[in-house]
Design a protein around this ligand. Structure first.
Ligand SMILES: *Cc1c(COP(=O)(O)O)cnc(C)c1O
Length: 345
């Protein structure tokens, strides 16, 4: 879809029925709404941009209540508190690292104009901990007449197409159903689409966000819009999503299949078949492994082997575990099995 859009004319802002200027978001917005139950949606460059744009629309120069346990740093040392303040909002921290209650938010709303929940995408708080549900916070938000914003991060759209992704990964649809006014998430994590950030929720807020001057600086080009449009169309059909979204396909491979492939490849790679634990990663499902099967090459210089594999063509990225170089077959497309053998040889 991206290549097609790149190589030809695309009616990005032309309404083809009326011939008048149209909205570049209308197509993908309709699909996001039908997948999540939102009233409206817009897309921007990435989820960090989505967060800045939402806050500068909803709380310019004003306080936003965020739980202390959710002030996360995402990959590449980007810190949510810094993104929030760059968006022009003032951070109003509530609760403690492990426990935050509805009353903490309620107190903060004397000088905050929005509640922000941030999915703890890459760590877990366990033990003596407490965090109000979206449903409870929605009640508080209604009472104070402020919006409840939920940065769900990883971009699971709905529970209908969840497959093996654990329940603790929030979906945009369930968050909206539980009363969030706006949800925002990445297009290139679980969703498997192009880099982008999707904002979905109440029509009145979406309209204000879409007409914010910063929108112009964050919007998508026709190539990424085409890729996103096609990706969302795939999500609308669960069996296609299972087959065509790489993450969902990889999660669906059985241990038997992986073992059969590993046993076929092991002699020509000089590797042992081992049980492994794979991680979804990419800002989702922290600390939860997925049972998998790998091939392990024992060598006295694993880092030297890793170096050479990275410089192969195509490059191979493995991991070192217990002194062995391990290839987790859940992350290798079956059609690439023989390329892997070739690279190792
Ligand atoms: C990944 C992530 C972001 C940033 O998303 P990008 O699309 O990479 O900018 C923001 N918030 C949460 C909770 C995330 O997991």
């Amino acid at each position: 879809a991206a290549a097609e859009a790149a190589g030809s004319f695309a009616p990005v802002e032309l309404d083809m029925t009326t011939g008048a200027r149209g909205s570049r978001h209308a197509h993908v917005a309709r699909q996001v709404c039908s997948l999540t139950g939102a009233e409206g949606a817009v897309v921007v460059n990435n989820n960090a941009a989505a967060l800045m744009l939402v806050l500068s629309t909803v709380a310019p120069g004003q306080g936003v209540a965020v739980a202390r346990g959710e002030l996360i740093e995402i990959g590449g040392s980007f810190r949510l508190p810094e993104i929030i303040e760059s968006g022009g909002a003032r951070l109003r921290e509530v609760g403690t690292t492990n426990r935050t209650r509805v009353e903490d938010f309620e107190r903060a709303l004397r000088d905050a104009v929005a509640i922000l929940r941030i999915h703890t995408s890459n760590y877990r708080v366990e033990g003596f901990c407490e965090m109000p549900s979206i449903r409870d916070l929605a009640t508080v938000a209604r009472r104070w007449d402020v919006p409840l914003i939920h940065d769900t991060g990883s971009g699971l759209l709905s529970d209908e197409v969840r497959f093996e992704i654990p329940e603790d990964e929030p979906s945009a649809a369930s968050s909206l159903r539980d009363g969030a006014d706006l949800v925002l998430f990445s297009g290139d994590k679980i969703l498997g689409g192009p880099q982008c950030g999707i904002i979905a929720g109440r029509r009145a807020w979406i309209d204000r966000i879409a007409s914010h001057p910063m929108m112009r600086a964050m919007r998508l080009d026709k190539i990424r819009l085409a890729a996103l449009d096609r990706t969302l169309a795939i999500w609308r059909d669960p069996s296609r999503a299972r087959a065509e979204i790489p993450l969902l396909r990889m999660l669906g491979i059985s241990i038997d299949d992986l073992t059969r492939r590993a046993e076929r490849l092991s002699p020509s790679m000089g590797a042992d078949v081992v049980a492994t634990e794979a991680f979804i990663g990419g800002g989702s499902v922290p600390g939860r492994g997925v049972a998998s099967v790998g091939l392990a090459i024992r060598t006295s210089h694993p880092d030297a082997l890793m170096d050479r594999l990275r410089r192969a063509s195509p490059p191979v990225v493995a991991r070192v575990h217990d002194g062995a170089v391990v290839f987790d077959l859940r992350t290798v497309e079956a059609r690439d099995d023989d390329h892997l053998v070739h690279a190792v040889q």
